[in-house]
Design a protein around this ligand. Structure first.
Ligand code: SAH
Length: 272
């Protein structure tokens, strides 16, 4: 398969962001189901995952946070609303930049929350420009995690917190499986949790917390598939029958692979 360039990933999100929002919420990420709350809706579970990250970032109102791979800007707006912090979000989807800025302005957050087009592999910011940075389910799309982690480290102040939510593999993937998730999730670089820890250390980051939430995120794809069927008509009009059945098939396979071999972690680290 061709290399998943940032431009390719950006076009994918130009086309799919609003469809993801229709099927779930403006959080373009997995949901978290606590053991005793399996009845949560997908939207509530996604909000909970965002909230878990917000709590862990422990940002003061004076902080300026960099949001790497900001999506439609919902998590950025939420953390700003809750803490008073400023946020700059970057994405490779121009549609997301425009939507994010419109939504922030409409919510009265235009002064504090801004979105711009930038490739996280080479961030257009000065060293130490931010007090903290986070990347919610975006690093998996990037050609090299090490490079992005180095960039995130560079642009935060010494001691600054770095939050990550990301997909991992729990059991090694066959090369067919690895190439399948490239297509299904646009996941460039599958990584195991032990390798992730090594990578963080090599990138000059000190790990504060690693939370393996693989089991808690499991209901995400089944919920998304249900929602997909629920919005059948709208989706067919937007993408056509052929693309729909392709996606349906891919998700069945993806859900099975996720249950068997994939997983999800929340990582809180600091620039050493
Ligand atoms: N963090 C958001 C969106 C996650 S979707 C949320 O939780 O709602 C993945 C995001 O990563 C998209 O916004 C996509 O544009 C962004 N992304 C992928 N590759 C990127 C790159 N090289 N540079 C910047 N952003 C990237």
């Amino acid at each position: 398969m061709d290399s998943l360039t940032p431009e390719f990933v950006g076009r994918y999100y130009d086309q799919t962001s609003q469809l993801f929002e229709l099927m779930s919420s403006a959080n373009i990420h997995y949901g978290y189901w606590p053991e005793d709350k399996q009845e949560l809706s997908l939207v509530a579970a996604q909000e909970l995952l965002t909230e878990m990250m917000i709590q862990r970032m422990r940002l003061p109102a004076t902080a300026h946070l960099l949001d790497v791979g900001c999506g439609l800007g919902h998590p950025a707006m939420r953390i700003s609303r809750e803490t008073g912090c400023r946020v700059t979000g970057v994405t490779v989807s121009q549609v997301q930049v425009d939507q994010g800025n419109q939504r922030a302005a409409a919510a009265g957050l235009g002064e504090r929350v801004r979105f711009q087009y930038a490739d996280a592999m080479s961030l257009p910011f000065e060293d130490g420009a931010f007090q903290a940075a986070w990347a919610l389910e975006s690093l998996l799309h990037m050609p090299a995690r090490a490079q992005v982690l180095r960039e995130m480290r560079r642009v935060v102040v010494p001691g600054g917190r770095i939050g990550i939510s990301d997909m991992i593999y729990r059991t090694p993937l066959t090369s067919d499986e690895a190439s399948f998730i490239r297509g299904a999730f646009l996941m460039q670089s599958a990584i195991s949790l032990p390798d992730y820890r090594t990578l963080l250390a090599e990138s000059g980051l000190e790990v504060e917390e690693v939370l393996d939430i693989s089991t808690n995120t499991l209901p995400t794809l089944p919920h998304l598939m249900k929602s997909f069927e629920h919005h059948n008509e709208t989706l067919r009009a937007a993408m056509g029958e052929a693309a729909m059945s392709q996606l349906r098939e891919a998700w069945v396979q993806a859900a099975e692979l996720y249950r068997r071999s994939l997983g999800y972690v929340l990582i809180i680290a600091r620039r050493g």
